[in-house]
Design a protein around this ligand. Structure first.
Ligand code: LLP
Length: 429
């Protein structure tokens, strides 16, 4: 991507910084993030809503993609909102005084403790996922003598895959209220009847790592038709439409995601058409991009510790991280681009399987990937690891989580320190 280049010494340069020096200074494995790219992405989403959509809106960065104090500070300074899905994400955001009114709180099974805290902080929206949650929310809001702004999570019956989408009659999902069977309409009626809830609108999220624009446009259509139906039947016009996230990014050259500018342009056009046709007011729009904000803004640096060649079968290159810092290959078979950071100027003449350090055969980072000729001690960079890597890291095998370094103006600063052995036993009694 545009923030990667090769320096005069043949080293991989990321956001203007020599990655081999970073590995030496901070150790490996190491997550490295490019602040300029994160800010550019946040700004482009924010501005494209202004530019193409004229009903008002808010971009809420889906912080499950990458969550720590610093990312919330950056989102705050870019004046966008955030999407949180747990008390942990909420607490982290509030610890850096994130404006509560710009927080959208999600989850299909929020606990009473979580809802209590969310309402106490005064988050902007709570996205209700079930009938029982509406009841619970109403009770807690009553106890706190507050009114709570609510969105209803809807299942629009659209399944988006990376390269296509299908409209399924009934979607099998643990999330939200199905539009079919009158379920979503029942939820609207219930929310309107509960005295401590302010029903502000509806939400949907059709999937992740989606390259095409059509499924998003179609989802907007389904959601707006529902808003029109509610107005017809109940005389109540929902004010807010949250269309979720899911914009794809390029992990490997074959990935061809659409530009989100054209997404905004096409969705806005469609929404305006329907609004005019059905006599609605242009709803306030919320978008929740996660991966597309941080994904390409991160790389991971590892050190090669072992090489094993099984003649005629496979060559394993083992690194000092693996599924504990990036479980995505093990979970989804996700592909990544790899580069030897200290040999970035050399050609990729080899095909190898990158293995992690965990005691299980499935701990791989990539199978049959192109790489420069590897030797023990080389620094291996895995690209586009900014989303769903650090946030999905685990302590399996009691491996310590790596540090995270943020780059800005060609300088590095630690934003999450490396875990110590004492961190690992700090909860043990
Ligand atoms: N909003 C809602 C309600 C979501 O459920 C999600 C992601 C997002 C927004 C952000 O989606 P994004 O723009 O990042 O695609 N662990 C998986 C991804 C799971 C996404 C879950 N929901 C992965 O590593 O690919």
């Amino acid at each position: 991507s545009s923030n990667l280049s090769v320096g005069k010494n043949g080293h991989l340069v990321f956001a203007g910084v020599d990655t081999v020096s970073l590995a030496e200074e901070y150790g490996t494995p190491l997550y490295v993030m490019d602040e300029a790219m994160i800010r550019t992405n946040m700004g482009q989403f924010r501005d494209s809503v202004e530019q193409y959509y004229h009903g008002g809106g808010l971009v809420c960065y889906a912080s499950k993609a990458f969550s720590c104090k610093e990312i919330y500070r950056i989102a705050k300074s870019e004046q966008i909102g955030i999407d949180v899905v747990s008390i942990g994400e909420l607490y982290t955001a509030m610890s850096v005084e994130f404006p509560a009114e710009k927080i959208c709180y999600h989850g299909n099974n929020k606990t009473e403790e979580e809802l209590n805290l969310a309402i106490e902080y005064g988050v902007g929206w709570i996205v209700a996922d079930s009938f029982s949650e509406l009841e619970l929310l109403n009770r807690i809001a009553g106890e706190q003598r507050k009114n709570v702004k609510v969105l209803l999570r809807l299942t629009p019956g659209i399944e988006a895959h990376t390269h296509s989408f299908i409209q399924t009659g009934q979607i099998d999902s643990k999330f939200g209220f199905t539009i079919q069977f009158g379920t979503a309409m029942e939820a609207v009626k219930q929310a309107l009847a509960l005295p401590n809830l302010l029903l502000d609108g509806v939400h949907c999220h059709i999937g992740s790592q989606i390259f095409e624009i059509d499924p998003f446009v179609h989802a907007a259509e389904v959601i707006l038709s529902f808003i029109a139906q509610v107005k017809d039947e109940l005389g109540y016009e929902l004010h807010t439409m949250n269309l979720g996230g899911g914009f794809g990014i390029r992990y490997v050259p074959a990935d061809q995601p659409a530009a989100y500018r054209s997404y905004m342009e096409q969705v806005s056009k469609k929404v305006k058409e329907i609004v005019a046709e059905k006599g609605l007011t242009l709803p306030f729009i919320i978008l929740e991009p996660g991966r597309s904000i941080v994904g390409a803004a991160g790389i991971t640096l590892y050190r090669v510790g072992g090489i094993k060649e099984i003649p005629g079968v496979r060559k394993y290159v083992s690194v000092d991280g693996g599924m504990t810092d990036n479980p995505r290959y093990a979970l989804y078979g996700s592909e990544y681009d790899f580069i030897l950071a200290n040999k970035a100027g050399e050609e990729k003449v080899d095909t190898v399987t990158v293995a992690g350090r965990c005691c299980e055969s499935g701990d791989l980072l990539g199978k049959d990937v192109a790489l420069q000729n590897a030797q023990i001690g080389d620094i291996l960079a895995s690209c586009a690891t900014g989303a769903y890597n650090y946030s999905m890291a685990s302590h399996y095998n009691r491996v310590r989580k790596p540090a995270v370094v943020m780059l800005r103006d060609e300088k590095a600063r630690l934003i999450v320190r490396r875990e110590t052995l004492n961190d690992l036993i700090s909860c043990d009694l």
